[in-house]
Ligand binder design. Structure first.
Ligand SMILES: *[C@@H]1O[C@H](CO)[C@@H](O)[C@H](O)[C@H]1NC(C)=O
Ligand SMILES: *[C@@H]1O[C@H](CO)[C@@H](O)[C@H](O)[C@H]1NC(C)=O
Ligand SMILES: *[C@@H]1O[C@H](CO)[C@@H](O)[C@H](O)[C@H]1NC(C)=O
Length: 471
């Protein structure tokens, strides 16, 4: 069965390659860091021709004692409209691929072994158990983790990596939510002052959580005190029940999810009951004219520290054709918008009033930019880059902006009581940070506010002497 599938996959790959080759008989040679098999090259020299229909160049994207991810080089990008790489993920028994999101969509195929995949959707963590032969899709920008749960069995997956939406066309980028010194968590790119405020913890608590992990992106859970037994119940079932369960769990309808419309407003709507919709509906149903006033709108989200609203095509239908969403954020003096990520949109912002600052972090967890904000200043934040805005101590900060998505943009907050860390809380995230579950819980629970948080500029001075950046 497994073999048949692999053979048909191979045939499919060959057929696709043939189509591609018929279009253009050349490969491009841009990246030179793709390793090749020496013997193959030797063989080709002797025969005077190349194996056009085999994808032979591969690269180890990451490797630890507990597993590795290898990607086979795809054909030249000029030849395909969708850029797909083939990847191979292999994980040792009882190992964890720590929580992260990618800039590419994955379709994974379980070749051998059993996996437990946790995926955050609609602010909820769902877990799926996969067995050999199963397919599963992980959309770009969605946080997930993966665990080998096969007893004494290596887990091997074949991945279709659709890099059409990736930051650097044609390559895959991992953004690790958990992490420490290796890999770095995307959180660690922010100044410690930002983080102590965002998480409402001291800088030593912060350091304890964000610097511990050093075992790499795929870790062994063998000696971990936080050894997860989420599935012991599952594994304890009779085999037939287990199969039934697997069928139920694995083939959940992906198509349905696609048709759901997501937006910042809807996310906030679903999280906070306090939001008023009725006034807006009136605007919507007056078919008189095509305009929409942001200031007449009640905010979608409001707390003691500020407010925000966003407008998408369900509020103002012309946005449907423009492919653009609009937002307005007000931060009171001494407040911050919690560090967050736009999984599906690039964001452009214009400062309307007040002053403050913005920090944007590279995917690899280093600070990309730190800048003052003042009226008239325009900033932009690429999709997938974590960022946050802070109002100055003595003035509020108001900014307005666009996102390159009239629907479906759903910021993921990295701190605060509605954060993705909150959703992920558990043995997997604890293992990803290399700390106990108790410590992680205390860390994640310290911040009681959501979305817009209090910010004390001086709070770090009394702390224990960690340099502000690069800590
Ligand atoms: C965990 O222990 C099992 C059994 O001793 C071993 O086969 C496996 O390779 C270990 N896993 C890792 C990730 O080291
Ligand atoms: C992180 O990524 C940025 C942008 O790609 C790069 O300029 C920087 O050198 C990287 N830093 C590290 C430590 O890898
Ligand atoms: C921060 O933590 C303290 C306790 O350590 C708590 O009293 C306070 O309410 C918390 N603040 C927020 C905004 O969660």
């Amino acid at each position: 069965m497994g073999k048949q599938v692999i053979v048909s996959l191979l045939v499919l790959v060959l057929v696709m390659c043939y189509g591609v080759m018929a279009m253009a008989m050349s490969f491009d040679h841009e990246d030179e860091d793709w390793g090749r098999d020496q013997r193959e090259e030797e063989w080709e020299r002797q025969r005077g021709h190349r194996h056009w229909f085999l994808l032979q160049r591969s690269r180890i994207l990451l490797r630890t004692e507990a597993g590795e991810l290898r990607v086979v080089r795809s054909v030249g990008r000029r030849m395909v409209d969708r850029h797909i790489n083939v990847g191979f993920l292999s994980m040792e028994p009882n190992s964890l691929f720590i929580p992260q999101y990618l800039d590419s969509s994955l379709i994974l195929f379980v070749q051998t072994g059993e996996a437990n995949v946790g995926l955050v959707r609609q602010h909820e963590l769902g877990e799926r158990q996969l067995k050999a032969g199963d397919l599963y899709r992980i959309p770009a920008g969605s946080t997930f983790y993966m665990q080998n749960i096969g007893e004494g069995q290596r887990l091997q997956l074949i991945l279709s990596i659709d890099t059409s939406d990736s930051l650097r066309m044609g390559t895959l980028e991992n953004f690790f939510i958990g992490g420490g010194t290796y890999p770095k968590s995307i959180l660690s790119g922010f100044d410690s002052e930002i983080l102590t405020n965002a998480f409402n913890v001291s800088s030593s608590e912060l350091r304890q959580v964000l610097t511990r992990h050093q075992e790499g992106p795929i870790v062994s859970l063998n000696n971990s005190q936080s050894s997860p037994n989420l599935w012991t119940k599952f594994l304890g079932m009779k085999e037939q029940d287990r199969l039934q369960e697997l069928k139920k769990m694995v083939y959940f309808p992906q198509e349905q999810e696609k048709t759901l419309t997501w937006s910042w407003r809807k996310l906030l709507n679903s999280m906070f009951g306090t939001i008023e919709n009725k006034k807006r509906k009136q605007h919507h149903h007056e078919h008189s004219q095509e305009s929409y006033n942001l200031y007449e709108r009640k905010p979608d989200f409001k707390n003691n520290y500020g407010s925000s609203l966003s407008v998408d095509e369900s509020d103002y239908s012309p946005l449907k054709n423009s492919g653009v969403g609009v937002y307005l954020v007000n931060l009171r003096a001494g407040s911050m918008l919690a560090p967050h990520v736009n999984p599906t949109a690039t964001e452009y912002g214009v400062v309307l009033r007040g002053s403050g600052s913005i920090q944007i972090v590279f995917p690899n967890g280093t600070l990309a930019m730190k800048a003052e904000l003042k009226p008239g200043r325009v900033f932009w934040v690429p999709r997938y880059f974590p960022f946050c805005q802070v109002a100055s101590n003595n003035e509020p900060l108001e900014f307005f902006g666009f996102t390159t998505s009239a629907q479906q943009n759903r910021p993921q907050f990295l701190a605060g009581s509605s954060s993705v860390l909150e959703a992920l809380r558990g043995p997997e995230l604890a293992a990803a940070f290399g700390v106990s579950e108790g410590r992680l819980d205390r860390f994640v629970n310290s911040q009681r506010e959501a979305v817009i948080l209090p910010y004390k500029a001086e709070r770090n001075q009394k702390a224990d002497g960690i340099p502000k950046a690069n800590w």
